[in-house]
Design a binder for this molecule. Structure first.
Ligand code: NDX
Length: 253
């Protein structure tokens, strides 16, 4: 295996350890955007739409650039489909989700951190799929590929639908919080996060790769924790919050 691919694997392993470390460090402290943004000033915050566009763009542009620049992968093997799924998610996040966003202004420092994260992840997933793996055509009929792609599409559907429900809670220009209703929000406070976690678990299964596993693990920890913080926020703010609703996993947690 080429030395760059070995480095990509070492980086993925380190990312899993770093995620574990960050999880322990930031267990009680939510990431300070959205509900936890604190006082808003135009000097330190930027419009949510621009913030999401800028931070998510590298996750789309870098792997898609690699795909286009790599003629072996561009024409048909499973790597194209897998990278295409990654690209589809980030196309939506960058060019659709960002521009429909009705969120509160976003701390500029976190936009910078978020884009560095998206650059690193885009590079890792893109490089690994274009340079380090060659799936045989039989991979299309492998149960890991089929189940993984199914979970990816299911998770993406849940994520988009749940983000749509959240968006409809506000009129343009409003920044109030309301109780989300319908879809998987009937069961959990972090329905959009549950969808995204299912999506990346599916991607890890379909690619059967350490970089994708590292990203799925990061998403599980980061978004799982955010779901827990949102749940705690709702219970504190809304006295009539549905008692039956859990944080992330329906009926369980
Ligand atoms: N972007 C992933 N950490 C993140 C940017 C920030 O894609 O240094 C992770 C991503 C980055 C983060 C990224 C990585 C970690 C960073 C962090 C910044 C600091 C942090 C780098 C890259 C860091 C350490 C130190 C540990 C290393 O006003 P508002 O914004 O609250 O409005 C919200 C609205 N809404 C409501 N409206 C009315 N009533 C209610 N009750 C409402 N509840 C919410 O809905 C928003 O406009 C909108 C969605 O809000 P929310 O809070 O539910 O979701 P949000 O967290 O904003 O995520 C939006 C979507 C969602 O689909 C989620 O699944 C996906 O993006 N996402 C988000 C984060 C990461 C990620 C996916 C992933 O890891 N796969």
């Amino acid at each position: 295996m080429p030395v760059h691919c070995q480095q990509a694997l070492v980086l993925s392993g380190s990312a899993i350890l770093a995620t574990l470390g960050a999880l322990l460090l930031y267990l009680g402290e939510p990431s300070s955007y959205g509900k936890y943004v604190g006082s808003l000033t135009t000097a330190t915050h930027m419009a949510a739409r621009a913030a999401w566009f800028l931070q998510e763009l590298p996750s789309f542009a870098i792997p898609m650039g690699m795909l286009v620049g790599h003629s072996r992968v561009l024409f048909g093997p499973p790597e194209t489909v897998l990278l295409g799924l990654f690209g589809a998610h980030y196309f939506h996040r960058t060019f659709v989700y960002s521009f429909l966003n009705r969120g509160r202004p976003f701390p500029t420092a976190l936009v910078f951190k978020g884009s560095v994260f998206c650059m690193g992840n885009g590079l890792l997933q893109g490089y690994y799929l274009t340079h380090c793996t060659e799936y045989p055509l039989e991979w299309y009929t492998d149960i890991r590929f089929i189940l993984g792609v199914f979970l990816f599409i299911l998770g993406m559907g849940i994520n988009i639908h749940s983000d749509y429900i959240l968006r409809q809670l506000r009129k343009p220009g409003e920044i109030v919080y309301k109780i989300p209703q319908g879809g998987l929000f009937t069961y959990v406070s972090g329905a959009n996060f549950l969808g995204e976690i299912i999506e990346w678990i599916g991607f890890a299964l379909a690619t059967w790769s350490l970089p994708a596993l590292a990203f799925a693990f990061f998403s599980l920890c980061f978004l799982g924790l955010r779901a827990f913080h949102h749940h705690r926020f709702y219970l504190k703010i809304f006295k009539d919050y549905p008692k039956f609703r859990k944080a992330l996993i329906p009926f369980i947690f």
